[in-house]
Design a protein around this ligand. Structure first.
Ligand code: NAD
Length: 333
């Protein structure tokens, strides 16, 4: 099995090479994102490609993959909004993913963003290094007793519900398919409208689909409480960025934590410190004191990277052996 990796970072190489000792595949690593141009660097004799969140697998790219003899597309992540699954079906390329590698990693980062924004530890860190020990401007609130609305209670949302509940919050949830286990544990499901109206803190954990695209927009923001905290560690496209900027300007949004951003494919996972960034929306967001941006790092723990490498290579092993995968959630096409 020869596998070409796109959007490769040094940590991908480390974790995949370590894990590959068990599989002995021929792994080749490319740094660029996959698109209609970079698809041409795939060498003859390659069986599979391994891609990440910002690789674009539209019909044009998939058609070219087919021409190059690619049989399998392995996503080394859970979300698959960047893959045209219909096109993969049409060109008979199998697509697999890592449905759940460490929901705790993402849930813990969500909590970290919330606590940082609330207690302003990011500002305090810089302030004391300048020997400024004043507390003015660092005032937070107790999270205890606040109402936290969780949108999407799948693998990550469920862990986040339990994690945030442990702080003594009142957790309410919204999902198209409420989780019976959470209900039995006393978590309350409400409608989306009720959640938006009642929550002091809202955390997004649903996938990006045509239905959830710009779920957070002018109209849904207008239903929220004044000063609401919003955290998005799911996908950037869930939020209409211009509308959230208006929400921040009007102080409707009291704090915003985003680990994902609609136009992140041009920014994240790169060092752009010497570059003039032309995306005015992210520049504006970065200028707000109550906005915290991290560059899609919620998944980034040792445990998650180990599990991602193991499951990805095992998915490919199973596909090449039997054209199917035991864990049906991992098999997309
Ligand atoms: P999951 O599939 O286990 O759960 C998603 C939940 O969302 C499901 O319960 C589903 O019923 C619900 N849902 C779907 N459509 C909905 C809608 N229209 N309204 C309300 N709920 C809806 O997925 P997961 O593993 O919990 O991951 C959630 C998302 O987190 C992924 O789709 C991915 O985009 C994102 N993610 C981000 C990172 C990161 O590093 N920032 C890492 C992993 C996953």
């Amino acid at each position: 099995m020869k596998v070409s990796f796109f959007s490769t970072q040094p940590y991908d190489i480390k974790f995949f090479n370590e894990c590959n000792e068990k599989f002995n595949f021929d792994l080749e690593y490319f740094e660029p994102n996959l698109d209609e141009h970079t698809v041409n660097i795939i060498e003859e004799g390659t069986d599979a490609i391994c891609v990440f969140v910002n690789d674009k697998l539209n019909e044009g790219v998939i058609k070219k993959l087919k021409k190059r003899g690619i049989k399998y597309i392995a996503l080394r992540n859970a979300g698959f909004n960047n893959v045209d699954l219909e096109a993969a079906k049409k060109y008979e390329i199998k697509v697999c993913r890592v449905p759940a590698y460490s929901p705790q990693a993402v849930a813990e980062h969500t909590l970290a963003m919330l606590l940082t924004l609330n207690r302003k530890t990011h500002k305090a860190y810089n302030r004391v290094r300048e020997q400024n020990f004043s507390l003015n401007g660092l005032l937070g609130t107790n999270i205890y007793t606040k109402t936290v609305g969780v949108i999407g209670t799948g693998n990550i949302g469920r862990v986040f519900c339990k994690t945030i509940k442990a702080l003594g919050t009142n957790v309410i949830a919204y999902d198209l398919y409420p989780n019976e286990e959470l209900k039995k544990e006393g978590f309350q499901y409400v409608t989306l409208e009720e959640l938006l109206k009642q929550s002091d803190i809202i955390s997004l954990h649903c996938p990006l689909t045509p239905e959830t695209h710009h779920l957070i927009n002018k109209q849904t923001i207008s239903l929220m409480k004044n000063g609401v905290y919003l955290i998005n560690t799911s996908r950037g496209g869930l939020i209409n960025t211009l509308d959230i900027i208006d929400g921040l300007k009007s102080k409707k949004i009291g704090a915003l934590g985003i680990d994902v951003y609609e136009q992140e494919d041009k920014l994240f996972f790169r060092d752009l410190s010497e570059t003039i960034i032309k995306d005015d929306k992210i520049q504006l967001l970065l200028s707000f004191p109550n906005v915290l941006v991290t560059a899609h790092q919620a998944f980034f723990t040792e445990e998650a990277l180990t599990q991602i490498a193991l499951v990805t290579l095992d998915n490919l092993r199973q596909l090449s052996n039997s054209n199917s995968i035991d864990n049906k959630a991992a098999e997309l096409v």
